[in-house]
Write a protein that binds this ligand. Sequence first.
Ligand code: HEM
Length: 582
Amino acid sequence: MCTYYFLFVEYGVYEANYYLQRRFYSGERYLLHHYATLGSRRPLAYLVSFSAAMQSAVLLGSVLIFCVWAFHRFQKAGSREPGLPPGPPTLPLIGNLHIFPSTRAHLKFTEWAKVYGEIYSLKIGTGTAVVLSSPKAVRELLDLRGATTSDRPPIHAIELVSRGYELPLSRYGPLWRTLRRAAHDMLTKEACMQHLPIQRAEACQVMYDFLEHPEQFYTHIHRYTTSVVLSVIFGIHCQKYENTFVEDFYDSQRQFERLLRPGGMPPVDVFPILKHIPEILAPWKTLCRDIRHRQRKLFFGLVDVCVERIKHGKRNECFMEYLLDNQERYNLDHEMLGYVGGSLLEAGSDTSAVFLQFFIACMVARPDIQARAQQEIDAVVGFKRIPELEDFESLPFLNAILNEVHRFRPITPTGLPHATTEDERVGEYVIPKGTTLFLNLWGIFQNEEYYERPGEFDPDRFLRSEFGTKSGADLTGMRNDLIFGAGRRICPGMHLAGNSIALNTMNFLWAFNLTPAKDSKTGEVIPVDLNETTDGILLIPKPFKCGIQPRSEAKAEMIRAQFKAAHSVFELFEQDVSISAK
Ligand code: HEM
């Protein structure tokens, strides 16, 4: 610019423009020669040429500095910053992305924990993840520092599907607080006592369904868990699974889970530029739109059912009616109302169902343990009535079994990831703001430092010690509800889930013998393999077959009579409702 100005003043616009052209095409060396031969104004020409040379040097220097900086950034991107906990070796740019497990992450996380310790880090491009594999680390970071470790990592697919309105996945902030407060009031221990009549009636239907169609026990359990949440929140009892919105709900849930699984879509969160790919080349965008549409149709349709019911004076005192009455007090707009209900339906249906399926699998695989539990329940409940929730406290062996099922097959083996909103110092490590934190439950529950023979299903360990741990283990931060997560994001549904699990497991043991299935042709026993699980965010037993026989005809009669009586409870939740499309 400076040279251009000199030439403009001294030689006029023609010469100044000539300089620019030459500089562009030929570089400064040519210009030096050109202006040195201009004759009468030679001293000025030299000055001009010197200035041009200086500018070129600055330009060249800048390019060089940029190249060094870019190379450095390229080398640093993906590498572990100083102060981070140790972890597997990284590659430039991608860090540990190439070895990040796309299936059964809990197994790899646990393998790495043995090498790198209870707190280790993974680099995912420029981002960081830290894996916590001891109760002490979970307590230190998630329980005690909830104010700064309660965020969720931003996930593009979730943004596309729910715009952050789904409670379990929403970012830590005012929206999460509003949703959580509403959900919390429905799920406190005291509130759950009010939900007991419908839970009892629903559990009775499960026994009846087992009696009538034992081969469909998988879907009976799914119907139960979904129907309990639907009744409590929306006042709707779901009589059957097939061809209802329960089936449709699970269908879209599976679709969503497949998408969220590592490898389910391109790594848009690591390389955000991929977000800008047009939809025609990005099938995941169409899928997200489809899931969003299906979810909204269901969630808002369910709210509309409650609105209609109120309009027609047919209230049944479900939680959504209460929220509609108190919308202002809870500061909930229409969008939030739909997603509070929908989120609870999502979070509460699969989880409890999966636990009950694992319970049955364990009982079938271990008839000796089943027989002991049946003896215990017979002694407490007898043969003349079905079990009540109050019986549960008097069944220490059943309590031990349930703790062991949670430990042996945790439903969320790597928890739901948290994220930090500030830099956090733990001992010698610094965990930066924006780090994803995994709670490696599988790693804790399979650690030989805490448990004798952790790979074995052994409920007795919980009779020997409170947490099932071996003597001398470091119990800092250990608790039996670790399975429900930690800190401010701990599962608010644990009391509702606890009651469902207690009621149903008591019923199963009291009413039925759970036996391995037999091959219809050979008559040979088909053993249940407890290691067979499906791949996804939740650890789910692969569908298995088993025999379910009533333990006596007297008990079968009692179940039929009890189910008939339960209709008076269901009636309130079975008004004529239809879900409108939105
Ligand atoms: C055996 C059954 C269940 C298990 C093992 C379970 C486990 C979990 C876990 C591990 C989390 C993540 C906690 C964290 O981020 O640290 C969670 C969150 C959540 N659970 Fe459960 N859950 C169960 C049942 C339920 C039920 C029945 C409901 C409601 C009806 C429910 C509602 C939720 C909600 C809303 C969240 C999100 C909380 C938040 O992000 O603030 N869960 N659950």
